[in-house]
Structure formats: C-alpha cells, structure tokens
Design a protein around this ligand. Structure first.
Ligand code: SAH
Length: 485
C-alpha cells in the first residue's frame, strides 16, 4: 500500500486550488462538502466558481498563483489542465509546506483523492493507487446502489443517540440495539420523516432495555421437514425473537434465513474436526448462551420430539436453572406420507403405526419384528437407509410377506424430493441402486396411492408434483425404479 487512507479533518483549514476549468470544478465540488477554507487562484475562472465566490462559500483570487499564496495551506490541488503551469504552482505550494496533488498526474502528487460514496457521516473511500480507475468507478456504482440514500440521515441521528444507548450494557445488548436500529426500526421510521426516527429510537431503547432484563430462555423448535411453508407460525415467531439459533444439518438455508437478522447462527451439525458436534458440547453451548441471557432457539429438523435427543438437552437446561418451551414441528413421516397420498393409519388396515429408527447408538436397532411382520402393519422408519438390508432380513425371517410395500421418500417436502416405490424383498437392492444421499424416510407397509405420480431416478431434481410418471403396478412394484437407473 503506497497511499495510506485516512480521513482528514478540514474544518477551518486552508485548501488551495490552482486553476479555474473543469478539473478545478470537479475537485471543488468534492471540497465544498467539507468545512475547509477554500481559495481558488485562476486568471480565467469558470462562471460557477465566480458564483460560489459571490455566495461566500470560497474565496476567488482572479490571477495565477504567486509565492506566498499557499502559506499555512494543508492541501494544494494543481488543476490548471496545463502541465507547465501545474508544475510551477505545485513547486511553490510544496516549498510552502502544503501537501500537493496534481490532477491526473500521480507521479507528481503526494496524495490522491479517492472515489467517494457519500452518505455523510458515512463515507466510503475507494482507491486503486491509480491502477484501475475503471474498477474504482464500478465499485462506487455498486455501493451507490446498495447503500440507501437515507443511511446518512440514520447515522447522523444515531450519532446523537449514542450516549443514551449506553444505558444498555456494552457488548451484545448494545450491538443488537444498533443493528435493530440500522436494519429494522430506523429504515421503517425514516419513511415517516426525520422526527419519527427520534421517537423510534426512544421506543427501541425501551424495548431493548426490557429485553436485557429478561433472563435467558430456550425454545426447542421443530423446523419441519424442509419446506419453509411447513414451518409453524410459532416457530417463525421464535425465530423472529431469537438472539442465538443453534441448528443442525437437517435445517435448510431458506429456513435459517427467516431468523432475526441480528441473531447469532450456530451450526452444530458439522465442525471442522468431525462429522458432528458431540451432544455434551451442544448441551453446554445451549446452556452457555441461556446463562448469558440470550433467547436461544434450538432448531431441529422435523419435530424436535422425534429422534431429536430433546430430553438430554431439556435436562441440561433444567440443571442450569433455565426456562424452556417446546414448539413442535411437522415430522418427516408426516411429510413423506403426504407426498404419496396416504395416511399413516387407516380404518380396517392399521389402527396403530410405529415410529422407529433403523439404527441407534449401538448400531442397527432391534425391534419387535414378529409383530411388525404381520399383514397390514405400518411403520415410519427414520435413519433407515444404512439398515435397509438388516431390516429386510429381520422382517422376512419373522414371516413378513416379500411383496409388502415399502416406500422410501428422500428429501420429503423439498424441491429435490424423490420417491422409491418398492417391496420388502427388493428394498436393499433398489435403495442401493437409487443412491439416495439426502435424508430419507422409509414407509414400511405403504405404497403410493394408485394413480399418483411417482418419480424415477433419471430426473435430476424432481419437483413434486410438477411432472408425472405412471405409478408402477403393485405386481412389479420396483420396475419403474430399477429400469430407470
Ligand atoms: N426430528 C426429525 C428426525 C430426526 S432423525 C423429524 O421429526 O423428522 C433424522 C432422520 O429423519 C433422517 O435420517 C431421515 O430418516 C429423517 N428425515 C428428516 N428430514 C427428512 C426429510 N425431509 N425427508 C426424508 N426424511 C427425513
């Protein structure tokens, strides 16, 4: 970095511009944004400069620069658009102690003026050391578009409120307050005029002071199977109020984006060291943020009460003396049966259904296979992909019919949902061939309703029910799946 960027306080300081044409005008327009005492030396000044002089915003001396003219000046601009005259004037200014800039002459300049995005008091200065003015202009244009024109006003009003905001403790509470001001309350209020912003700041501070008094609280929230539209209103409200969101891998980005903008998002689904964060560490993290006074949302895929290790986390929260609530969500089994037009229970077929896991912490999970093997039984099997072979073997060994329908729904409710329609005897083979790599739920004892389209696997991203495939017949339940792989 050859040029060091600083913001110079020019209030009351002398700044000299030598020249009266377009180059001088361009510099003067920028300089007039400051409170500098500007003097222009120009034998033939532009009319605009004469007008400015008449208005008293600058001093005009209608002749070329002479020795002594730049005494006590901090900055000097050579803007004569004449190399010889600029060199002469710059030499005078330098000898009298001013920092010198010669327009369009990087080599003879001691400082350069950056491209500026002006949202006073917020100022963005962009410099490229003269290497790529085109780039600087592009960055400036981009920022001009992105930063709302009202940003400066908000910052100016915000600045007058800084002392008041010290009523909030330093750190997260104060930071949250300012974030809330700049990104929510402020922009909303300013549409009603500047006075509304003052009132909004008062209200916001009262709200944040109240929030700061609240003890920490943990909401265990079910995020549903993935489709943001399947989030409950209560889950949305909890996300809206969260200071910290601790979520696992199953929760997709569109749902995470619904969290309060200021919320700290913590992904405990993966770490740099291993596939997942240890349960004790998750418990400790929840408790730590709760004890710091945060409104914590522990966001889990589906329903947090289904294979979510909820009890361990509740116990940790209770042991720390913190309060909690549970917001149920739509579990993957509900989304999966919905996608195949079936119900989990059906009069005359099954009066009960099982919610089971394919494997637990010890490995493949054992179940009451004999009862499950009876005709008409239905089970929603979570985490069953890897256990498919084991499940198939156990059930058939206990007398389950080989043609018992099994439907596997991958990414239920998501745009990339896929459905495998098969039978028990083909389950492991078909599942292996399908190569599902997303979360998948097995519906044992259920086939997609007749006439409903079922996806095959040659479709990259199947969007239910946008395209249709004829459902395979019950006699050749896996033909569709296998033939298309
Ligand atoms: N609490 C979750 C389940 C967590 S266990 C719930 O209620 O849905 C993780 C398992 O859930 C996955 O291995 C998979 O079997 C299932 N699962 C979760 N989301 C799913 C989805 N969108 N589609 C299919 N299965 C899903």
């Amino acid at each position: 970095m050859q040029h060091f960027p600083i913001f110079l306080d020019l209030a009351g300081r002398r700044v000299i511009v030598s020249g009266g044409g377009d180059a001088a005008l361009a510099k003067l327009r920028l300089l007039l944004k400051t409170e500098a005492q500007i003097t222009v030396f120009a034998a033939q000044p532009d009319r605009q400069i004469i007008t400015w002089a008449a208005e008293g915003v600058l001093t005009l001396v209608p002749r070329a620069l002479e020795p002594g003219d730049t005494l006590c000046a901090v900055l000097f601009y050579g803007a004569n658009e004449d190399a010889v005259e600029d060199a002469r004037a710059a030499a005078l200014a330098r000898s009298e102690g001013a920092l010198v800039n010669v327009v369009d002459n990087l080599q003879d300049s001691q400082f350069i003026t950056p491209a500026i995005v002006d949202r006073d008091p917020v100022t963005v200065a962009i410099g490229t050391e003269g290497a790529a003015p085109v780039l600087a202009r592009a960055i400036k244009a981009d920022l001009e578009e992105r930063l709302p024109a009202t940003l400066g006003t908000l910052a100016r009003i915000g600045k007058t409120f800084r002392k008041m905001a010290e009523a909030l403790p330093f750190g997260r509470a104060r930071r949250d307050f300012w974030q809330d001001y700049y990104f929510n309350a402020g922009p909303r209020a300013i549409t009603q005029g500047e006075e509304a912003v003052g009132q909004a700041l008062d209200d916001l501070l009262a709200r944040h002071l109240e929030r700061d008094q609240r003890p920490g609280h943990i909401s265990f929230v079910g995020a549903g199977p993935g489709d943001p539209d399947l989030l409950t209103l209560k889950a949305r409200k909890a996300l809206d109020a969260a200071d910290v969101v601790i979520h696992d891998r199953l929760v997709p980005q569109p749902i995470l984006e619904l969290a309060r903008r200021e919320a700290t998002m913590i992904d405990v689904g993966k770490t740099g060291f291993g596939p997942s964060t240890r349960q004790e560490d998750i418990d400790a993290l929840i408790v730590k943020h709760g004890l710091e006074g945060a409104q914590v949302v522990r966001l889990k895929g589906g329903d947090c009460t289904v294979f979510g290790r909820l009890d361990e986390e509740i116990e940790a929260v209770l042991a720390a003396g913190l309060s909690y609530d549970v917001v149920p969500g739509i579990t993957a089994a509900s989304a999966a049966v919905a996608s195949i037009g079936q119900s989990i229970t059906k009069r005359g077929r099954n009066a009960s259904a099982r919610v089971m896991t394919g494997h637990d912490m010890q490995g493949f999970a054992d179940h009451d296979w004999r009862s499950l093997a009876r005709p008409g039984e239905v089970a929603a099997i979570y985490m069953g992909k890897r256990a498919a072979h084991f499940l198939q073997g156990r059930l058939m060994m206990h007398g389950a019919a080989p043609d018992t329908p099994v439907t596997v729904v991958e990414n239920a409710s998501r745009p990339d949902q896929r459905v495998l329609d098969t039978t028990l005897d083909r389950l492991a083979t078909d599942l292996g061939a399908a190569g599902f790599d997303g979360p998948a739920l097995m519906l044992y004892g259920l086939a997609p309703r007749d006439g409903l389209p079922v996806t095959s696997f040659d479709q990259e991203a199947y969007q239910w029910p946008a395209s249709s495939h004829p459902k395979s017949s019950p006699q050749t339940p896996s033909s569709l799946a296998t033939s298309s792989i």
